[in-house]
Design a protein around this ligand. Structure first.
Ligand SMILES: Cc1cc2nc3c(=O)[nH]c(=O)nc-3n(C[C@H](O)[C@H](O)[C@H](O)COP(=O)(O)OP(=O)(O)OC[C@H]3O[C@@H](n4cnc5c(N)ncnc54)[C@H](O)[C@@H]3O)c2cc1C
Length: 502
């Protein structure tokens, strides 16, 4: 909604023909009708049939608050926005999704343990100023480029199904820019991954996995389907034995043992989970916890295969030793790397291709640009290692930067190019609080040590599972979602998972 609010701030608009818009989303249509009430400069006098084009948000004026533009609505961007003081700054967020995903619980939504809405937190709840303050906005759009010299971000609105001959482009001038664009799944250039595998990063990925899993269950029950085809359809392959791959495999095996056996008894003997990993599973955990995880997963029926995927076809994957593994569902979870937008930005880079930052999370050599979360890493000159791609890193960077920006704003350095003489204070320091992973069947691993060789608490089993659940329930961002999660867990425990394919 914020996208079209206060459009007097947008300097040039050209509306396309109403006949074209009539085919589009009613919300957008009404917004455009309303939009035409504002004084706008038409960039082309010829009526209709030209793409809608905005020039965007101009530089802030002296009577306005300085503007912080946040790119991305993930862990880093949302924690930052939550901490920013809307009395000091106008906040503008650009992201292709209007919610934050609580990723640690995403795997549970794939099999119906949790509902999708329980892990999606609307941005306007995280930072209400976005929908209340006249100069703050959320734009459903992708950032397509940054001109750091001019303090301008270029964007393209997400139009989904709406038929437009051209993308809707606009630009935003910032006083401070925070790049929190996350990362993208690594495919290592293996052919067929993008086409045939499903990643697990967004709510729509979890929805796709759930639909495919339930579809395959129902297809395999159709009369005439051969035994071989049943086996293929019901073979769920997970590639990548990190925490996400292991948690998803655990959830799936739990779903099979508890729900499929009861409610799809005709095909219960055909459904299997295979987890393929090139090295050790859960390599960030110590040997004892890893051995426990292997034992538990095997006990739950997950087949662990050591291998390297060479090629992915529509119905089978081929390993480097030539083994062919037929599948009905393929989930790819082999870590992350810089996304194309990060690679394309003309900014200093850290080893590994992330955006380079100094100890204060500033991007060196440009003014007023910061970067946090999975998309950023320390430049080599800091001598610091790249931090892991974890929510706890992203979240704490967001929290730190919000405080820093508030401090800068209070000291009068909120405007573009005005913070040069301001003392930034303590740099960002990361201390690892530990790792957790659930294995399904009321079992989990909890390692509260700074690293796997340090002294401290590390547990495996039911108590860990209880700690895992309690910890994440308290970490869920809002009371609304905390309530949803608790209710979903209770409902699943009593009635089993929801297996309707909606
Ligand atoms: C299934 C799963 C489970 C996980 N479990 C854990 C866990 O238990 N513990 C833990 O610490 N970490 C966990 N992680 C890792 C954690 O989620 C990430 O490290 C964290 O999300 C990084 O936050 P971020 O803000 O940098 O990126 P993201 O959260 O990925 O957010 C990036 C944002 O940028 C937006 N974006 C992308 N491209 C553009 C563009 N061109 N323009 C504008 N916006 C754009 C995206 O839509 C998104 O809103 C898990 C990850 C996954 C996928």
């Amino acid at each position: 909604m914020a996208f079209f609010r206060n459009l007097s701030k947008f300097s040039a608009i050209k509306a396309s023909s109403s006949s074209r818009l009539r085919k589009t989303d009613p919300f957008l249509l009404s917004s455009f009708t309303w939009l035409s009430h504002f004084s706008t400069k038409l960039s082309d006098e010829t009526p209709s049939l030209k793409p809608v084009r905005y020039s965007g948000l101009d530089p802030t004026k002296s009577h306005e608050k300085p503007r912080v533009v946040v790119l991305g609505s993930g862990w880093a961007g949302c924690r930052l926005m939550k901490g920013l003081d809307p009395k000091i700054y106008d906040i503008v967020c650009v992201s292709p999704r209007n919610h934050m995903v609580f990723t640690p619980l995403l795997a549970s939504t794939c099999v119906g343990t949790l509902e999708f809405r329980s892990v999606a937190e609307p941005i306007a709840r995280i930072q209400p100023a976005i929908s209340r303050e006249p100069g703050s906005y959320f734009f459903l759009a992708n950032c397509t480029g940054i001109d750091a010299k001019k303090h301008v971000v270029h964007c393209e609105a997400v139009t989904d199904e709406i038929q437009t001959p051209d993308p809707w482009r606009f630009s935003i001038t910032y006083d401070k820019l925070v790049i929190a664009l996350g990362a993208q799944p690594s495919t290592f250039g293996i052919q067929g991954v993008n086409e045939h595998a499903i990643f697990l990063r967004e709510v729509n990925h979890a929805q796709e996995i759930r639909r495919k899993l339930l579809l395959n269950l129902m297809l395999s029950d159709v009369p005439g389907v051969s035994q071989e085809e049943k086996g293929r359809l019901l073979h769920c392959v997970v590639v990548g034995g990190g925490p996400t791959g292991v948690e998803f495999s655990g959830e799936l095996s739990d779903f099979i043992m508890r729900d499929v056996r009861q409610r799809y008894s005709h095909v219960k003997d055909y459904i299997h989970v295979t987890l393929i990993e090139a090295n050790e599973i859960l390599s960030s955990f110590d040997d004892r916890l890893r051995r426990y995880a292997v034992k538990q997963l095997t006990k739950s029926g997950v087949r662990l295969v050591r291998g390297v995927v060479k090629d992915v076809k529509a119905d089978k994957i081929i390993l480097d030793n030539g083994t062919e593994v037929p599948y009905g569902l393929l989930v790819w979870s082999t870590g992350v790397g810089p996304s194309p937008i990060i690679q394309s930005l003309d900014l200093p880079k850290a080893p590994g291709g992330r955006i380079g930052v100094d100890e204060w999370l500033r991007v060196p050599s440009v003014q007023d640009v910061f970067s946090i979360g999975d998309c950023s890493g320390y430049v080599e000159s800091t001598g610091k290692p790249t931090l892991p791609a974890l929510a706890q890193v992203a979240e704490r960077q967001g929290k730190y930067l919000a405080k820093l920006l508030n401090k800068i704003g209070e000291a009068g350095g909120g405007r573009a190019d005005s913070a040069k003489d301001i003392e930034f204070g303590e740099p960002f320091v990361y201390r690892h609080l530990g790792s957790m992973a659930t294995l399904g069947r009321f079992r989990a691993l909890v390692d509260l040590r700074e690293d796997k060789d340090a002294k401290g608490i590390s547990l495996a089993g039911f108590v860990s599972w209880f700690i895992w659940r309690s910890a994440y329930l308290t970490r869920v961002v809002s009371w609304r979602n905390r309530f949803y999660v608790a209710i979903n867990w209770a409902t699943t425990f009593v009635f089993g998972r929801d297996i309707s394919r909606i």
